[in-house]
Design a protein. Structure first.
Length: 396
């Protein structure tokens, strides 16, 4: 009685079973997979957050397919502030983003849904990077879209393998997803990579879909440019408060459309019908978005400072351990630890859990093509990160 698109293997994997058993045992757990910022000890302005949710205007219903204008203007102000910071660094003049090009959504998953529904017929293809976050397969299944993969390769830093990407294109490829910076590699798309993506997608009438949820968390001191001003191909850029302000529970995100004027106008018109069909975002959160975006300043500093300290701690502990190394990371909340590829990463992760009380993600969770990678969270509280890393490296 169920649709084939939901015919997933719902059995727990071995690591999940081992984690459940460990939690039942009551043993100390060093969780180096932290992804929920609200559980990581960061400080929030609780009164401002709660006050923003009590706006009496929320008692009035004013449906707008794109979302309330006050919220969309706050998003444009956020991007304007980023552009101003870039201008101060590069002395180049940024262009403005119109609030008419923005659609508010309850999550980036919903933003992906809008883009997939607009671009793809059943069986069409969307390209995703490998390695990357394992969400895409489920989203594609739910929209009867086929996922094809293009590799990110590591050579003194991560980069897109364009030969492989172009070789994987077919007549049914409708778009290319870039995660900027990538999760978990921390790779930012470089200017020359963006230009080449435009040269691939533009003439073929394919879209670029840019996921920028970690954009503000650069770890090397530079302010990375956003895809929101990309005009070389039809581009859908998505982000939201889950990462920007550390408020995943508020369910507030957005989709920004850019690209050549003629095709952009068509995309906006079609998206408006899709958004009007669902009208999914609630009024209290929309009205609170300006205040929630203000929370980002303190939150992002806390996260970036912790991530840099944890990276420094990792590097210090790796000194003198020739069998392990840290791969270069430019931004985001995660780091990749390279270990000897003498057995499956999942086997080693289970052994760490059972013998060292440390929980990490094996590389294959993120579709790393080879063994020998562990992924650790840089927003883990520092004492847990220090002790957890020490326990991991004691195995070598």
């Amino acid at each position: 009685m169920f649709a084939d698109r939901t015919k997933w293997n719902l059995e727990s994997n071995r690591l999940a079973e081992a984690l459940a058993a460990h939690r039942l045992s009551g043993k100390r757990l060093y969780d180096l997979t932290a992804s929920n910022p609200t559980e990581c000890g960061f400080e929030y302005d609780k009164q401002s957050i709660l006050r923003a949710l009590s706006n009496p205007e929320a008692l009035h219903y004013e449906p707008d397919p794109k979302g309330l204008e006050i919220a969309r203007k706050a998003v444009t102000a956020y991007y304007a502030a980023r552009a101003q910071s870039q201008m101060n660094a590069s002395r180049s003049q940024p262009s403005a983003i119109s609030c008419e090009d923005i659609f508010l959504t309850t999550s980036t998953s919903e933003a992906y849904s809008f883009a997939f529904r607009m671009l793809c017929n059943p069986g069409d293809e969307i390209m995703v990077p490998e390695p990357s976050y394992p969400l895409f397969g489920f989203l594609a299944d739910l929209h009867d879209v086929k996922i094809t993969r293009y590799p990110l390769v590591y050579d003194y830093g991560w980069q897109i393998d364009f030969n492989a990407l172009e070789g994987a294109l077919t007549s049914r490829t409708r778009g290319v997803i870039v995660v900027h910076p990538n999760n978990p590699t921390g790779h930012f798309c470089r200017t020359e990579e963006i230009a080449r993506l435009n040269n691939i997608c533009g003439p073929r009438e394919m879209a670029l879909i840019a996921d920028e949820v970690f954009l503000d968390f650069g770890l090397c001191g530079e302010i990375a440019p956003s895809f929101t001003e990309n005009t070389g191909a039809l581009t859908f850029t998505m982000s939201g408060l889950s990462k920007i302000s550390g408020l995943p529970q508020m369910k507030a995100a957005w989709l920004v459309v850019s690209g050549p004027d003629s095709i952009k106008a068509q995309a906006l018109a079609r998206l408006e019908v899709i958004a009007d069909t669902f009208l999914s975002m609630n009024a209290p959160v929309q009205l609170a978005i300006p205040a929630f975006l203000e929370q980002r300043h303190s939150f992002q500093k806390q996260v970036t400072d912790r991530a840099r300290r944890n990276l420094s701690e990792m590097d210090t502990q790796l000194e003198g351990i020739g069998s392990c190394s840290r791969l270069k990371v430019e931004g985001g909340w995660y780091a990749v630890l390279r270990i000897p590829a003498v057995r499956p990463d999942e086997d080693f992760a289970i052994e760490l859990l059972e013998t060292k009380n440390v929980y990490v993600h094996p590389g294959h969770f993120y579709d790393f093509p080879r063994e020998g990678q562990l992924v650790v969270s840089l927003i883990t509280p520092e004492r847990d990160f220090r002790d957890g890393m020490s326990l991991i490296l004691s195995a070598f």
